[in-house]
Design a protein around this ligand. Structure first.
Ligand code: HBI
Ligand code: FE
Length: 287
């Protein structure tokens, strides 16, 4: 993904971090967190994967205001060595990957306004903390995220980031996992979204396909609506080993010879968990 050059805002450190300034949050801002936390926790009963629920508990995320990054990092570091650092917003790809490769998760410190509970352009502190951080307390997922950061730095040097970014999108942001009790959510983009946390599991519209590294890296994605396909892993060991232990050099070379796939494509080699009607994507069209 060719990212436009970004200017480092005044007041940010060389690695783009800023102080969270936790004491600067207003009561109204803490109340937005509490509302989102309560609403999402209720929605995720029987929807979030096991590791996410354990993470929320071990990290003591709660409806008692926006967490303090320092306190949260102390608890998280004891579990997996990860820390959470504040950034002003989106940071350049290279900066993002360098943080991940060093077990630092960058989080926005701002929180959405009460009138934008369901739609956001840039990730805020609720998406970044509630969506991403619980799974960083899982040792295998924690290793996967570090490996992704290391892989991102290599992909940048090879001009292959567009392909690798799809892996992040369809796993870290929008992944599903098959647990003994049924399909569960582990992607942060879903876990932090009231609408998509129902849609991704319960709706008949999207495809749900078995995760396959090459398949995922060929597949374009939607940034403007719910996903048209979700990819299902069996467990985090599978995800870690299919990616960290792979040599991406021949894979990127092969990807250059293969056509990209549309977000709703289903191909012969797919492991189909459920085939979607795509009625959500096509609503109002062809009628
Ligand atoms: N910056 N703050 C922030 N959060 C992200 O998720 C992020 C980013 N910069 C770049 C980036 N993600 C992409 O490189 C990845 O999603 C592939
Ligand atoms: Fe995210």
């Amino acid at each position: 993904m060719a990212q436009a050059a970004m200017e480092r805002p005044p007041g940010t450190a060389a690695d783009w971090t800023i102080p969270q300034n936790w004491t600067g949050y207003t009561a109204r801002e803490h109340a937005v967190w509490d509302l989102l936390y309560a609403r999402q926790t209720a929605m995720l009963q029987d929807r979030a994967c096991d590791a996410f629920r354990r993470g929320v508990e071990h990290l003591r995320l709660s409806d008692k205001g926006i967490p303090n990054f320092e306190e949260l990092s102390e608890r998280l570091a004891k579990l997996t060595g990860w820390r959470v650092v504040a950034v002003p917003g989106l940071v350049p790809d290279k900066v993002f990957f360098e943080h991940l490769a060093n077990r630092r998760f960058v989080a926005g410190r701002f929180i959405r306004k009460p009138e934008q509970l369901d739609y956001l352009q840039e990730p805020d502190v609720f998406h970044d903390l509630f969506g991403h951080v619980p799974l960083l307390s899982d040792p295998v997922f924690a290793d996967y995220m570090q490996a992704y950061g290391e892989g991102g730095l290599k992909a940048l040097r090879r001009g292959a980031l567009e392909k690798l970014a799809r892996l992040y999108w369809y796993t870290v942001e929008f992944g599903l996992i098959a647990e003994p009790g049924g399909l569960r959510l582990y992607g942060a983009g879903i876990l932090s979204s009231f609408g998509e946390s129902r849609f991704a599991l319960d709706d008949t519209s999207p495809n749900r396909l078995k995760f396959d590294l090459m398949r995922v890296m060929r597949t374009r994605y939607r940034i403007d609506d719910y996903q048209q396909s979700y990819f299902v892993i069996d467990n985090f060991d599978q995800l870690l080993h299919q990616t960290r232990d792979a040599d991406f050099t021949p894979l990127y070379r092969q990807l250059e010879t293969l056509p990209d796939l549309a977000p709703d494509a289903v191909i012969a080699s797919d492991g189909i968990v459920s085939r979607g009607s795509q009625k959500h994507a096509y609503r109002g069209k062809f009628q």
